[in-house]
Design a protein around this ligand. Structure first.
Ligand SMILES: [Zn+2]
Length: 313
């Protein structure tokens, strides 16, 4: 009896541990059983250590995308991207990431289609990344982290007069998420990487004109989409997320260039800009839709039957 009680207590403690894991219960199995020990304790940026930055919303981001749980939606259209490279203005180190900002006073750089009812204007793009290659992305796929994630932020200028107003509304923003994986050198990204030393310190801005960020978006049209939030304050639940299925490849030196940036201003004690991602948030009552049919489902539901029919005596 005592043994049973002890076992029950241990199981409850284990569940409590899972709940407190910053990665959420959904991914605890894989982390506990398949990942190196360091992933038990992902670094948490000071921004996310304060209870003030934990709102009680129902559609917070980022999330873990469970491939098998995503639902194919045949009515999702292809996403059309049309950026004018001359709308690119500058790069800004804001002390949390670096932002490449665009002139959004007209409809010159826009996205349309996909899950969106309106046309959305490009405002800025930025990245999130880790101190090492084992983590860094905000979203995960089947609990897998990528070393970095690109976010291209657009706003609904059809419905709202300003970006600031769009940020507060459910259909105000559309963010394209692109995972970065370690691989081949990325020529398009290198133009950006070459400019980074000029914005090493917080609050530095450097002119960066004529850049087309569509070179950072994989040509594969497949994406997941869900209703979520900003992953930095004010964390408003205003984002239609469009997460590209296929990552882009970048090389180690390019990721290292990100890690050379600083959270700190000139004259302060230097703190490397790394691990600038928000912890995963619960899916709650949401469905992740996919623009493509899941190979995972085909594998589990169709193939075994086909295979059985093909068995020869
Ligand atoms: Zn972001």
């Amino acid at each position: 009896m005592l043994l049973l009680l002890r076992r029950a207590w241990a199981a409850a403690a284990s569940r409590r541990g899972t709940r407190w894991c910053s990665l959420g219960a959904c991914c605890s199995y894989r982390l506990r059983d398949a990942q190196p020990d360091s992933l038990h304790h992902l670094p948490v940026h000071p921004l996310w250590q304060s209870p003030l930055t934990i709102p009680g919303g129902t559609r917070q981001s980022p999330i873990n995308i469970q491939w098998r749980d995503s639902v194919y939606d045949p009515f999702l259209k292809p996403l059309k991207i049309n950026y004018d490279p001359t709308t690119c203005l500058h790069i800004w180190n804001n002390g949390y990431s670096f932002l490449v900002e665009f002139d959004d006073s007209t409809d010159r750089s826009i996205i349309v289609g996909g899950p969106l009812e309106n046309q959305y204007r490009l405002k800025q793009f930025h990245f999130h990344w880790g101190a090492i290659n084992e983590w860094g992305s905000e979203h995960t796929v089947d609990s897998k982290f990528y070393p970095a994630e690109l976010h291209l932020v657009h706003w609904n200028a059809v419905v709202y007069p300003t970006f600031e107003e769009a940020v507060m509304e459910g259909n105000g923003l559309a963010v394209i998420g692109v995972f970065l994986k370690l691989g081949a050198h990325h020529e398009g990204l290198q133009t950006l990487v070459d400019a980074l030393p000029a914005v090493k310190h917080k609050d530095t801005v450097v002119e960066f004109d004529v850049f087309d960020p569509s070179c950072l978006i994989p040509s594969c049209p497949d994406y997941w989409t869900y209703a979520g939030s900003l992953t930095t304050p004010p964390l408003t639940e205003s984002v239609t997320w469009i997460i590209k299925k296929k990552p882009i490849e970048v090389d180690e030196n390019q990721l290292e260039a990100f890690r050379m940036l600083l959270f700190t201003s000139d004259g302060e004690e230097e703190k490397r800009m790394v691990d600038n991602f928000r912890p995963l948030q619960p899916l709650m009552n949401r469905t992740v839709r996919s623009s493509f049919q899941s190979r995972h489902l085909l594998n589990t539901e169709v193939q075994p039957k086909d295979h059985a029919e093909q068995i020869m005596p």
